[in-house]
Write a protein of this length. Structure first.
Length: 67
């Protein structure tokens, strides 16, 4: 006789995001992108700018983030 052990709680979807808990205070985030000139050209910090824009638009409690 085999004993079956459930791997998850019935009714709980493991792929559904859990609600975020509101932080107690503002979270300060410093974005840094190291840049070096290449052939006398400097490039804009596109990757960190994209990450900040995504966070401000899509994260829960985005008002509690300070960039």
């Amino acid at each position: 006789m085999a004993i079956m052990i459930p791997l998850k709680i019935i009714g709980e979807n493991p792929y559904e995001p859990r609600p975020a808990k509101k932080p107690n205070r503002k979270i300060r985030i410093g974005l840094v992108q190291l840049n070096s000139s290449f052939s006398d050209q400097c490039y804009l910090p596109l990757s960190v700018g994209t990450l900040q824009a995504y966070a401000q638009k899509h994260l829960a409690y985005a008002d509690d983030l300070e960039f």
